[in-house]
Design a protein around this ligand. Structure first.
Ligand SMILES: Nc1ncnc2c1ncn2[C@@H]1O[C@H](COP(=O)(O)OP(=O)(O)OC[C@H]2O[C@@H]([n+]3cccc(C(=O)O)c3)[C@H](O)[C@@H]2O)[C@@H](O)[C@H]1O
Ligand SMILES: Nc1ncnc2c1ncn2[C@@H]1O[C@H](COP(=O)(O)OP(=O)(O)OP(=O)(O)O)[C@@H](O)[C@H]1O
Ligand SMILES: NC(=O)CC[C@H](N)C(=O)O
Length: 674
């Protein structure tokens, strides 16, 4: 009897609907798995099509095409490998299932389907897929073969495999519980699980705990990178045996394929099942698909030991890596020559510009010279990457960033030397192209036109405060758009999550842009990330496992100021306009993550150490201000540039937080606050 198994789990950076690209990555992963001596390779959920194909999953002709590609792929699986590939299965009855096919030498061994569709947070799977009912199984005709489908166990030469597809593992009634009764040895989880702060810990818990409680080997394979524009998938594949992690991938990698593998002890897991078994339900056998002649005992007892430490990423590093990887993928996948940023010398735009630079610093350190060079060539930069990694940072600053990041300081009459100097210092640190121009004449021109309208009074700060603020933010937009057009760059919108929640931003002014890299990061965190970048710096890893910190000291000029919009002639701070950021972010979390009512938010806020010293009247005033702005400005959130999901919540109405544009303004709830 076979007692060990060498398993591999690969992450791939897919492009939705790009079957050729995705098949290319799958082939790379299969070759790497063979090289690692793996007998079974697990790939992520919907790895053939990409996870985020959205309403393309409704197109039956395309789904037929996908099936043809799957059949062709089955003929290309290396002889010694069994590969599991995620794909949308168009069932003869018309439903589409989120499925996974087990492929081996020219055959589709069988198909398992997702039972629990993801429908919280950014997920809307039940729009496209039907959930497969537990305990149901059948077979269908596919490429001239009869293929077993459904809630299946695959017995390959005496080793039993079962599937939980992503969300299946996150719920109380996880299929693994019933697969345990059916005596599986290996539980495979193909996933498309996007990054959110604190989430990886949960994944690790259910992989490890699944292995311990069910007495099985658990393998987990997640997508990697910014696949479809919003979510960034963090990879972080795992293999657990006997309740311990034996392999775990570094997360948020810049390469397109990442693979881990481990040889696991099947006997040890079986013993665990014998000890814990309390089997009461009747054993089913018909659902077991028996396959012979693929797996044989190997003379390999080099069993992977439990990991002594996990691949940890601290919270700041994880948020910065996620946004940098997102920007890297946007540049690659849009084939544009980098980014244009209107750089104010303030916290938000400084972080956005730094992320552009860091996406190259990470890529230059982590990719081979050839891969990095190819990525640059694809956006039109014919450069030779230095072989020596230590020389690459200075080189990206001198040769790459001047071409891929253009920054413009656009001073008005309300701007200060402090912000102008800070913007210049940051641009210099990053190697960005930097221009300083004034918007005063443009503002004046608009003001004179509006003041000259029939029967109009001249504009004044006493009567026209918001009008005069907003025109400054708006006249900054056409110039930086023009730079983006001319240089074929993506314009970066610099709004953060806190501002987006309350609409503290000028529509068609500072909201202008294609991509909002910090749109999923709260202001409180933006300030912490900038401090981290200034004083500690991100971790850059060399080839031989050594790493170095890379601080950006020029951010000191930004971090030493209090956030100000500089839109009024008198001193203005964002916190005086709104409320202290930590309080605003706490209200957001209580209201939008925990779904408390305004009164519930008030009760919790009153007990929070954050509000020590503030009386209840003040708290009521802040909560009213927050919700009034929140309710009024849904229309703004509907029009924000696409942003990455980073905090556990998001303001994005398309992928996360639904709220009516016209609404009650919560008048009743806010009036009764006490
Ligand atoms: N009740 C309502 N429901 C829905 N829509 C409503 C509305 N009342 C006005 N509107 C519409 O909204 C428009 C106003 O929206 P908009 O022009 O965007 O401007 P608005 O929201 O009035 O003001 C922008 C705010 O953002 C702040 N800001 C701007 C720029 C940068 C920064 C910074 O932090 O640096 C801060 C600025 O200090 C100000 O408080 C009105 O002209 C009207 O069309
Ligand atoms: N003087 C300026 N020059 C260029 N761009 C500016 C200027 N002032 C504002 N902007 C643009 O408008 C955006 C919004 O301004 P805002 O003041 O909210 O952001 P910030 O200055 O980056 O950060 P902070 O809010 O911490 O001051 C900026 O991020 C920037 O893109
Ligand atoms: N693809 C999925 O099923 C994703 C759902 C899961 N809870 C996650 O976000 O990781």
């Amino acid at each position: 009897m076979k007692t060990t198994l060498t398993l591999a789990a690969a992450s791939v950076n897919t492009v939705p609907m790009d079957l050729e690209h995705n098949v290319g990555l799958i082939k790379q992963a299969m070759a790497a798995a063979v090289e690692a001596g793996a007998e079974v390779l697990l790939l992520p959920e919907l790895s053939l099509t990409g996870y985020g194909c959205e309403d393309m999953f409704f197109c039956s002709e395309w789904l037929d095409d996908v099936q043809d590609v799957l059949i062709t792929l089955s003929a290309e699986v290396p002889e010694t490998l069994i590969t599991s590939v995620g794909f949308p299965l168009c069932y003869p009855g018309g439903q589409v299932f989120n499925a996974v096919a087990l492929l081996a030498t020219n055959r589709i061994l069988g198909i398992a389907c997702k039972q629990t569709l993801a429908r919280s947070g950014i997920h809307y799977e039940s729009r496209w897929f039907a959930p497969w009912p537990a305990d149901q199984f059948t077979q269908i005709q596919l490429g001239g073969q009869m293929v077993p489908v459904g809630d299946r166990v695959f017995d390959i030469d005496g080793i039993r495999f079962g599937f939980e597809i992503c969300e299946d593992s996150w719920v109380a009634a996880r299929p693994g519980r019933r697969l345990y009764d059916r005596q599986i040895d290996v539980l495979l989880n193909p996933s498309a699980s996007h990054f959110a702060l604190g989430k990886h810990e949960v994944r690790r818990r259910f992989v490890q705990e699944g292995s311990r409680a069910f007495g099985v080997v658990c393998a987990y394979a997640n997508l990697q990178g910014c696949e479809a524009g919003r979510a960034v998938y963090d990879g972080g594949n795992m293999i657990a045996s006997n309740g311990e992690l034996v392999a775990e991938a570094e997360r948020l990698q810049f390469c397109e394929v990442t693979l881990i593998s481990a040889t696991v002890d099947l006997l040890a897991n079986r013993s665990q099942r014998i000890i814990s078994s309390q089997l009461q339900s009747e054993m089913q056998q018909d659902d077991v698909v028996e396959i012979k002649g693929l797996l044989t005992q190997r003379g390999n007892f080099n069993i992977a030991p439990a990991l002594s430490q996990y691949a940890e990423l601290d919270e700041h590093e994880a948020a910065i890596r996620t946004a940098s990887l997102g920007m890297w993928d946007w540049m690659r996948k849009t084939y544009t020559r980098g980014y244009a940023v209107s750089l104010s010398g303030g916290a938000d735009s400084a972080l956005c510009a730094s992320l552009v630079y860091l996406s190259h610093a990470y890529a230059a350190y982590e990719l081979s010279a050839e891969s990095y060079q190819r990525a640059l060539a694809n956006v039109g930069l014919k450069l030779t990457v230095p072989e020596d990694k230590a020389a690459r940072l200075a080189w990206i600053k001198s040769d790459v960033l001047p071409q891929l990041l253009t920054t413009v300081y656009q001073g008005s009459d309300n701007s200060s030397d402090t912000t102008a100097n800070a913007a210049k210092a940051v641009a210099n640190q990053l190697g960005a192209k930097f221009v300083n121009w004034s918007i005063s004449s443009l503002v004046e021109e608009y003001c004179s036109r509006i003041s000259g309208m029939p029967n109009a009074e001249p504009l004044s700060w006493e009567k026209d405060d918001l009008t005069l603020q907003n025109i400054q933010a708006r006249v900054r937009s056409p110039g930086i758009w023009m730079v983006a057009n001319r240089e074929n760059k993506l314009l970066v919108a610099t709004s953060n999550l806190s501002e987006a929640s309350v609409g503290y931003t000028t529509m068609d002014g500072d909201t202008s842009g294609v991509l909002s890299p910090i749109g999923g990061i709260s202001k409180t965190r933006v300030l912490k990330l900038n401090a981290y970048l200034e004083t500690q710096g991100v971790i850059l890893r060399g080839d031989n496992g050594d790493s170095e910190r890379h601080p950006l000291p020029a951010l000191h000029a930004v971090n030493s100021q209090r956030p100000t919009a500089e839109l009024r002639p008198v001193e203005q701070t964002d916190e005086a306009d709104l409320m202290p950021f930590p309080i605003m972010d706490e209200i957001r979390k209580l209201g939008q993550v925990q779904y408390l009512s305004p009164q519930g938010v008030l009760n919790r806020l009153a007990d929070s150490p954050l509000t020590e010293g503030a009386d209840r009247t003040q708290l009521i005033e802040w909560i009213r201000r927050y919700y009034q702005l929140y309710c009024r400005n849904q229309w703004k959130r509907e029009r924000l540039a696409v942003g990455f999901h980073i905090e556990s919540d998001s303001a994005d109405p398309k992928s996360y937080r639904r709220f009516p544009v016209l609404n009650s303004q919560l008048k009743r709830e806010l009036a009764s606050l006490s």
